[in-house]
Design a protein around this ligand. Structure first.
Ligand code: SF4
Ligand code: SF4
Length: 102
């Protein structure tokens, strides 16, 4: 049998958005991406995506621009901490309360 095709013969699970429930309800601060500072936005091609790599809830897309699924973003701030250009700012959720009602 060998080990060459072991991936097809074993099962494994990977975590994904929503595995921890609706973690977005925990959030007190919301990450906001400044596209003027975001590397893939500025270059118009796939690059960086360190925020995508570090987000523990896998809620940042690897797209141009990167987007954040706020239903599951818990507001931990790791993406903002790791972003090399400081393109992500954590903003108080209260500032969005009125916007979200509309
Ligand atoms: S880590 Fe910062 S610069 Fe890199 S893709 Fe994410 S938001 Fe853009
Ligand atoms: S704050 Fe950033 S790292 Fe934390 S869950 Fe939200 S998108 Fe992911």
């Amino acid at each position: 049998m060998g080990t060459r095709n072991y991936r097809r013969k074993t099962s494994h699970s990977e975590n994904g958005p929503g595995d921890g429930g609706r973690t977005g309800s925990w959030r007190v601060e919301r990450p906001v991406i400044d596209r003027n500072l975001c590397i893939p936005c500025k270059r118009g091609k796939e690059a960086c995506f360190i925020c995508w790599l570090f987000c523990p809830d896998i809620v940042i897309s690897r797209t141009i621009p990167p987007t954040i699924n706020l239903e599951y973003c818990k507001g931990c701030g790791i993406c903002a901490e790791e972003c090399p250009t400081k393109a992500i700012t954590m903003v108080d959720e209260a500032k969005f309360a009125e916007e979200d009602k509309e």
